[in-house]
Design a protein around this ligand. Sequence first.
Ligand code: MN
Length: 505
Amino acid sequence: MKIYNDMKIWMISGSQHLYGEETLAQVRFHTKEIAEYLNGSKLIPAAVEYKGIVTTPAEVTDFCVKASADESCGGVILWMHTFSPSKMWINGLSVMTKPILHLHTQFNRDIPWDEIDMDFMNLNQSAHGGREHGYINSRMKIERKVVVGYWKDEEIHHRIDAWVRAAAAVKELTGAKVARFGDNMRDVAVTEGDKIAAQIAFGYDVYGYGLAELAAKVDAVNEKRVDSLVKEYETAYTVDSALLAGGSEHDALREAARLEAGLEDFLTEGEFIAFTTTFEDLAGLAQLPGLACQRLMEKGWGFGAEGDWKTAVLVRAMKVMGHGMSGGISFMEDYTYQFDPERQLVMGSHMLEVCPTIAGSADVKLEIHPLGIGGKDDPVRMVFDVPAGPSLNASLIDLGSRFRLIINEVETVDAGHELPKLPVARALWMPKPDLATAAAAWIYAGGAHHTGYSKDVTTEMLSDYAEISGIETVIIDSDTTIRELKKELRWNDLYFTMKAFSGGV
Ligand code: MN
């Protein structure tokens, strides 16, 4: 993914001149070695660049200004190998705009019991240097991720990996464009939101389009292009015989291919990262784009149905975070429940638009079925079951004064049934800690029916992403109780209201 090739993480360490040049030379040497080690880690998906050490207020400020202004810098890793008095950092941190990871590590893993002397203590004092650094960040209310441990430990690399992925998503959205075909599904509340507030919080701009412009792109697709897409479908999926050449519905498949090509042209030419459709505004299109949305999600675009631009962007952000992983990411909707006390489940699906990246090795069938909603021709869609495994759902809502990201960890399970009459892709999951608690918690938190669903993206990545973006996170997992969650929601309300009041948002 281009963003990971373009993005650099800058690493420095903070120090001071108290210890003499010899010590500073070692600080430089050690910082370089750690940066290079992290850069070489297969667990960290972006380049980590050594950027020297800072020992004076001017050097700190210079570093922060340069990192903030540099297009390729996606975030900074700060390490306090020695003590670095934090008043030196105030001016720099106050202008820093890039995500910060405070790596609280130590060059040596073990205390050299027989050799340790005061020279060693002066060099290897991150245990208190990191605390001085933590204080000023906390005092200045700076969001950052603190990662503690020995720098060669894989566990540390996993923590950094999650943050790098979150930083990549943040970078991806900054200056990004979203295409919205038609408006919101009429009367629906949760999919609405303040686009200006979203741009301030996340950096992306939502562009609205009438359907005529999309229809013109679709009409301009030539037959050769349609032929080649149809061939691609036949190779990649199990295509229903009625849709094959000579079949009664072959024209519908060609129309679906035309929709895909037209949409893709529109999104590519306009450099959009995500898009929405709505069944209430399909003027000029023959079908509700089902297969087209599935295919474009598969190619990496974010998607939200019924005009849901917040979820469309969230799906794209999650696709960036899940880069290079195998479990996939999709637009999703909580649909129906299994209330059997022995096995309480949620079935997730959508009218059509579920991304086949979450199908794993499952058979993906291309089928055509009637769709009552939307009043158009029968749409073509991919139908599949989602394989079992740990997963999560995330929802971004606009509370009027702030955004809240709600995350529910779930366990996707096999249905154990064929579901022969269900004409859509579907996933079945057991939410954590249990269906009753999770659904109540989700509803108390105001979470939407639309979500981003993934087997790759973790709670840690999403929390890091929310913290970098300065928004609220509500996590529903195996530790959740309703009593504590209700308190958390009330406290968060107070915190974010005060933060906004003090000009902090
Ligand atoms: Mn929906």
